[in-house]
Design a protein around this ligand. Sequence first.
Ligand code: MG
Length: 357
Amino acid sequence: MRRVALLGATGSIGRQAIEVVAAHPELELCALQSGSTSLEALAAEHGVDHVRVGGNPVPLLEASRPDVVLNAVVGFAGVRATLWSLEQGVTLALANKESLVAAGELAVRARERGGGVLVPVDSEHSALHQCLEGRDPRTVHALVLTASGGPFRSRPRAELESVTIDEALAHPTWAMGPKITIDSATLANKGLELIEAHWLFDVAYDRIDVVVHPTSIVHALVRLRDGALLAHLGMPDMRVPISYALTYPERAATNVPPLELEGLRLDFEAVDDEAFPMLALARRAAARGGTMPCAYNAANEVAVDAFLAGTIGFLEIATIVEATLERVSGAPARDVDDLVAADAEARQLAARGLQPA
Ligand code: MG
């Protein structure tokens, strides 16, 4: 029996994870945490004793002794669970990409010390994990992340000025929570995923490419040094990467329908950096290193909240992130307290950017 602690239990990933656990007799839920939603009914239904709403998940994890932590928390709030799991040598099924973006160096060191196994749940990174497994890193030339392009793909910048919250929340291929859906519309999600891929697979940023692929059938590709290009294809259904991470390396069966190949067309196009500057901003933050990626993430979280609250327009998300990155020091974090301070500083600066001039 593999004991699963599920953090972010009531979100989109959390609900699908409960479905995956229920369908697999070797998996059982040992702990549930949500940000603010009550878990009473869910805990009773699944017979889970260790439950927590909000706050630091570490006491819950310590008490419930999981074999796998599925971190599906939204945003920087997931950072302590990520570091704890890697430090304790527990398998971390990571859907909370923000924690790896903000705490990349600390996470790598925690994994070296604790020996935790990190299996990504993000669909692109799950695909890369599968394409790279067992491969000599010297044979890998480049990684390619695919981006659906979101609801505003192929729209020029001028048209994005006045798009509404509902339009931004209408993702063409993936059904996800509001934060990641807005990140997909701005391409900040791909910026976060670029940094996530760097820390997961130890590949330099200039060897991680992004290409727009509107149907989200190809989840990622790996270019090998002999010219071969490996692609991972599948339906855009998060139950597959969730199941892969929770049952790794066994790869349990799922009831997701197989991909039909007849009539399948695969289209790819370049990213429009002018209309969607969040990806290029992520590259700049990544190149500067230290806590710059942490600041990028923090400013983005503040700006996305403001957009969803109707306080700012769609294009202002990137404006606020760019202005914040110009003002933070970006000095490296020695520990999680430094990181929390860098996150808070960036949030304050971003919030100041929301005030009318
Ligand atoms: Mg993804």
